[in-house]
Structure formats: structure tokens, C-alpha cells
Design a protein around this ligand. Structure first.
Ligand SMILES: [Zn+2]
Length: 498
């Protein structure tokens, strides 16, 4: 990365003194995310000093600012009070748009030539990123949210990544005002990054359970694959095929393993953990092969890992022992986070020393659960501080375009749907995080699954503006860039991670 201390563009920002005192951790978090995501180094200035951007309750308090964003004090007092539910507001638009045809956003110019934004976009970022609306959605027995009646789903908001749109809007507005372009987000002139990972759920076929799963999933159509799996003609062990296919496209991905060994009995009793043993010789050979190929080995925390810090920590240690190397990234099996307060689980990631996690998604639904398509250090509302483990927010899990396609078929083909996501990520300079299960490689057993993923990778490679690296390399790049910007910036430092 370029040395940021080499005369970076510094943005002078004024934060409303009163709100900046009462809600410092929350407000500083939102502004840090906005400014580091854009890539501006900042200097927080006191009232009365010259400034470029002012976030204040009254525009007259910032006569010298070029951009004034009006703060909404009542919203910060009670963020949970803003509830959209299933009813649209604002003439059918529950959510303001910040991009596309309304690129100007909610801006007007005043008599002094200042741009005034009457919407508190910093609050919008905080509200979205902390998932304030989620508590109102019904959940099923696995904790998966049912969004069919929610405005956020019905109006396609999940695919918009609204918080990231706000960052892109801020960047465009400031560049338009003549501020020097910010620090690039990705290396080598790339616009975006692709984070590709495989959850290893069923690498070895259980010859009794797997045919039953296939029948349950596909009904009569599943009969032939079920017989073929039962008779041993087809299997799920395709690690070398995945690696070869990705190497051909210049990609190294991550495989996430579950260290806790489940059983049929536990499965039947409501704990659907995989059955494999990471300490088996077959897996030790596999780990050596993956590490030699430069592929990342990550943790697929078991279904109930979030219920015990010690067990969670142990799972990470077991995988490190079995795989003969460090484990720094995680994704939860069944995306199973603390259903009442996901941040309690995200805090555990920090406590067991994970560098990144990638589990904040709505299981059945494509798109960005918290409105961010950029990586972020989540804010913990109870601790009132940022967490030290980076979140790489998933955009697509394979099944969303197959079993759950009824919710997600927004374009004529699967590839067209994914191209739409990829284009949005590239426009806003984020990362496209995808989750493809290990067991779907065989086209015969899972028609079209691997092909869809391969077509996406081919498309991204052809575009030429995507950075291909392992999820951990991408997380480290983003975290390093964040800390460099933070270290040379002044102010906005309340509520930092330990
Ligand atoms: Zn899983």
C-alpha cells in the first residue's frame, strides 16, 4: 500500500459539540466508517474554526463549511424508535435513494454558496449498520429472518446497500466541491474485491442421510441422484477440483471447516452440525494440500458455538491444531449468531482473536443485511464501542438462487442477477462476498450450482477491475488501510476497539 503519510488530503470536520458529547461513541463510529470508507484523512476542528464539512444541528453554527449536514438530535436519542415495518412512507418510498438518478441526494445550495443536506446521513448509516429494524422481523426455528412482508425486502432495499450508497454520495459530493480524491480503496487500481469462500458442510456423503436430504429437497426429481449417492457413484469430495478451477481463473478462496463433530442423534434433536472429523487422516492430508496451494483455511463455527465463548475458542484451537497453521477467519454454520443480539456473537470473534467474520446476512435473501457492501468493524450498542474483528458482509449464498430463487430472481438469469450485484459493488468500491458450499461441485447432483459460480468468477476476471485475493488477504488490506487513515487523522476517536 502507498504510504499514507505522504501529504494526504485532510478534511476538516466540525461535529456538533452537544451531540458530540452525549453520543460521542456512536457518532464518531458513523463518521469514522464514512470517512475511512471514502478514504479521507480528517481533522476534527472546534466550533468557530474554519471547516470543510460540518455536522451540526443548526446551519448557522458553521458559516465557513462547504458542506453542512444537519444532525437529527431526536433520532440519536432513540435510534430504535425509527421503525419502517411493512408500510411504505414518503409516497411509496420508505427509503431515500442516494445514488442513480438522484445523484445529488438530499442537497440544496444556500445563499452563502454552502451545500446543505437536511437529512442526517450519519444517523442513517448508524441505524442501518446496527440493524435497528431487525428486531421487528419474524424468525424461524433456526433464527432465519422472514422478510416477505418487510419494506426492506419488498422495495428491493437489500440489493441497494444504502449505507454504502451514502459513502459513495459523500465522496462524489466532496470531489465535486474540489476536495482532492481520497486514498484508493483497493490495490493496483482495482475498483473492488471478490471474497470467495466455501462452507464445508458435507464433504463426505452419509449414504443414508444424504439420499434422504435429496428426496426432501427435490421430491421425485431427487430420486435418481439419491440412488446414485446411495450406490456410491457420486460423492462430494471435490476439493482438488474446486482449487484447480479457481486457480485457472487466478483466484484463491477459503474453505471453512466445522471442528465440532455432530451426529445423527444431535441432528434429529435440532443441532444440525456436520459429521466429519477434522482430526482424521483424510482431513490432515487435505489441510496440507490446501495450505500448499495457498488456499485459506477458516473456521465454520458450529451451530451452537455462539452459546459458549470457551467452546467457540476451543473450536478455533482444534482447527489450528488439525490443520497445522493459524485460523483467522470465520463464518457461522447456518449463519447462527445470537438471535436476539447478533453483536454479542460478533464480540466473541474479537475475544477469541479472529481477524474477520463473514456471517451477517439474511439466509433466504440476496443482498446486504446491514446496508454495507464495504467491510466494516461493527459497533456494539451495549459496549458502546467498535469491535476489533472486521465483518466482510456476504452478498450471495449459492442457495439463494436455487432453493430460495422465488425470493431472489430479480433478473432473467442467475448470472444476470449476480452481474447486477457485481456492478453495484464495483460502482461503490466495495467487496463482493460470496458463499458457495463445498458439496455442490458435482453438476449431476447440483445442476447449475458450480457453473453459476464459475460464470461469475469468469465475468469478474473479464471485467479486470476486481481484485482477486483470499478473504484473509482482503480483510488485512482493509484493516491496514483503516488503521493507517485513523492513525494520521485527528479527532473522532471515541469508542474505538480495546
Ligand atoms: Zn454450514
Amino acid at each position: 500500500m502507498k504510504d499514507l503519510s505522504d501529504a494526504p488530503p485532510v478534511l476538516r470536520i466540525l461535529i456538533d459539540p452537544q451531540l458530540g458529547r452525549s453520543h460521542a461513541p456512536e457518532i464518531h463510529w458513523a463518521w469514522r466508517w464514512l470517512l475511512t470508507t471514502c478514504g479521507w484523512v480528517w481533522q476534527e476542528v472546534p466550533p468557530g474554526a474554519p471547516c470543510d464539512v460540518a455536522w451540526v444541528c443548526r446551519a448557522e453554527d458553521a458559516p465557513s463549511a462547504r458542506l453542512v449536514i444537519l444532525a437529527n438530535p431526536s433520532a440519536w436519542l432513540k435510534p430504535e424508535a425509527l421503525h419502517l415495518g411493512g408500510v411504505s412512507q414518503e409516497n411509496g418510498m420508505a427509503f431515500p435513494r442516494y445514488a442513480g438518478e438522484r445523484a445529488q441526494g438530499p442537497l440544496e445550495e444556500d445563499a452563502d454558496g454552502r451545500l446543505i443536506c437536511r437529512r442526517d446521513v450519519a444517523f442513517d448509516v448508524f441505524w442501518l449498520a446496527t440493524g435497528q429494524e431487525e428486531r421487528f422481523y419474524p424468525r424461524d426455528r433456526h433464527g432465519f429472518h422472514r422478510l416477505e412482508d418487510a419494506a426492506i425486502f419488498r422495495e428491493g432495499v437489500l440489493l441497494m446497500a444504502l449505507a454504502s450508497q451514502i459513502a459513495a454520495w459523500l465522496e462524489k459530493t466532496l470531489i465535486h466541491l474540489g476536495f482532492r480524491p481520497p486514498v484508493p480503496r483497493w490495490p493496483a487500481g482495482r475498483k473492488a474485491a471478490v471474497v470467495a469462500g466455501h462452507d464445508v458442510d458435507y464433504p463426505e456423503v452419509n449414504r443414508l442421510l444424504e439420499p434422504a436430504r435429496k428426496l426432501a429437497r427435490w421430491g421425485a426429481e431427487g430420486l435418481r441422484p439419491a440412488l446414485e449417492v446411495f450406490s456410491g457413484q457420486h460423492h462430494h469430495w471435490h476439493f482438488d477440483d474446486w482449487v484447480a478451477m479457481e486457480q485457472n481463473l487466478g483466484l484463491r478462496s477459503a474453505f471453512y471447516f466445522v471442528p465440532h463433530r455432530g451426529s445423527l442423534l444431535q441432528y434429529a434433536a435440532g443441532t444440525p452440525d456436520p459429521f466429519y472429523d477434522i482430526f482424521g487422516e483424510k482431513f490432515r492430508r487435505l489441510f496440507r494440500f490446501l495450505r500448499q496451494a495457498g488456499v485459506e483455511i477458516g473456521l465454520h463455527a458450529s451451530y451452537r458455538a455462539y452459546q459458549s465463548l470457551e467452546l467457540f475458542r476451543q473450536e478455533k484451537q482444534y482447527l489450528e491444531e488439525a490443520s497445522g497453521g493459524p485460523v483467522s477467519g470465520n463464518r457461522h454454520h447456518y449463519w447462527h449468531l445470537d438471535p436476539k443480539m447478533p453483536e454479542e456473537t460478533l464480540w466473541m470473534h474479537e475475544q477469541i482473536g479472529l481477524e474477520y467474520d463473514s456471517s451477517l446476512v439474511f439466509d433466504h435473501f440476496l443482498g446486504w443485511r446491514r446496508g454495507l457492501l464495504h467491510p466494516f468493524f461493527p459497533f456494539h450498542p451495549r459496549l458502546r464501542r467498535e469491535l476489533a474483528t472486521l465483518q466482510l458482509p456476504p452478498a450471495w449464498m449459492d442457495d439463494q438462487l436455487f432453493q430460495f430463487r422465488a425470493y431472489n430472481q430479480v433478473r432473467p438469469t442467475r448470472l444476470e442477477t449476480l452481474k447486477l450485484l457485481a456492478e453495484r459493488v464495483a460502482c461503490q468500491g466495495g467487496c463482493l462476498t460470496v458463499d458457495i458450499h463445498d458439496y455442490v461441485y458435482d453438476d449431476h447432483l447440483f445442476p447449475g450450482w458450480r457453473q453459476t459460480y464459475q460464470d461469475l468468477l469468469y465475468y469478474l476476471q473479464e471485467r479486470g477491475d476486481y481484485w482477486f485475493a483470499t478473504p484473509l488477504e482482503i480483510a488485512r488490506h482493509w484493516a491496514g488501510r483503516y488503521r493507517q487513515i485513523l492513525n494520521i487523522s485527528q479527532g473522532l476517536k471515541e469508542g474505538l476497539a480495546g
